[in-house]
Design a protein around this ligand. Sequence first.
Ligand SMILES: *Cc1c(COP(=O)(O)O)cnc(C)c1O
Length: 395
Amino acid sequence: MRLIYPDYNATTPIDQQVLETMMPFFMEKFANPSSQYSSAKETRKAVEESRTRIAERLNAKNGNIIFTGGGTEANNLAIKGVAFANRDKGKHIIVSQIEHQAVLKPCKYLKNFGFKITYVPVGHDGIVDVKAIKKAIKRNTILISVMYANNVTGVIQPVEEIARIARKRGIYFHTDAVQAAGKMRIDIERLGVDLLTISGHKIYGPKGVGVLYIHKDVTIDSLIHSGGQEMKLRAGTESVASIVGLAKALEIALDNIDEEQERARKLRDTLEQGLLASIPDCYVTGHRERRLFNTSNLIIKYVEGESLLAYLNFAGICASSGSACASGSPEPSHIMLAMGVPREFANGSLRLSLGKFTTEEDIYRVIKELPEIVKKLRRLSPVERVKDGLLLETQ
Ligand SMILES: *Cc1c(COP(=O)(O)O)cnc(C)c1O
């Protein structure tokens, strides 16, 4: 049975061309870029060229590209690095309620150091409330962080508008663009952001490598202390192969973005229409237009996301529920709750995210299998069905 993988927002397989570009840097060109001999010049050059090419592709003219050990690390560097370096100016940070844990957890940690965090809400459409951000700004606000595109719903956030507000008030603005990268054309100059995160493995590049763009005027501390690599912002020997791979992955994604967008959107829409037509009590979350072309997040009432995933797994289909914890008692996704999905339905969240290797055949398999699974689950464990205040079915 062919494995069906509509879970590209979780991770992507590495692109063949990316892998080939990386290969020489494992055995032949292995020199430490900080070494003094000529072979080190080559690896140093590979890192610097990757940096330049990424900067060009992101239109990052007024800042630096810093390589990190992934999206999580880049977000941690942005949040904690800016917080610690600017604590004399103020200890207030604003983030949205739908951020990834890689933003939320560093914020939570900062509370131990006296920082105050405001979590701004989103509408039912999953779009962050810009007015609430404006209202939340205080004299001691030093940083705002709002993601570019949400990993569960795919909803695209008004980052350009928020960046403008932040800049006017002299507040740094960070955006987690891990999901947007490769699926949208990111123009840092136009966006006007101060810090921006991307990750290798979400764009058909290697795992364990990420980028933090930092505007030249941003005051930021390093979190990892040793050598002077990455402009003293990220000590440790550069993962040369991964860095080269990330640069290549970004280029390939952007070179093919229009065709991929058209192809994947068509498949995503077919998938959604098929599922909505054959699963009763099911709806799509988030703004229908303003979202990534590859992502569909459904609320399927009267089922548990966890059981759904288990049954899908039996059927050879990989998907994600979007709930906070993958094992034990599932907490409903903080993103669903922030969007106002009632607690009793929030656990029935299912994220399907398509990618380069998703075929039409895959889509039809999901359209065939998923409704049957839902039917079976609803029959197996009939939850009390309360709809419009009416008790419809109890067993
Ligand atoms: C995957 C993801 C991250 C984390 O990136 P890693 O490279 O896996 O550490 C951060 N933010 C978002 C929105 C993501 O989807």
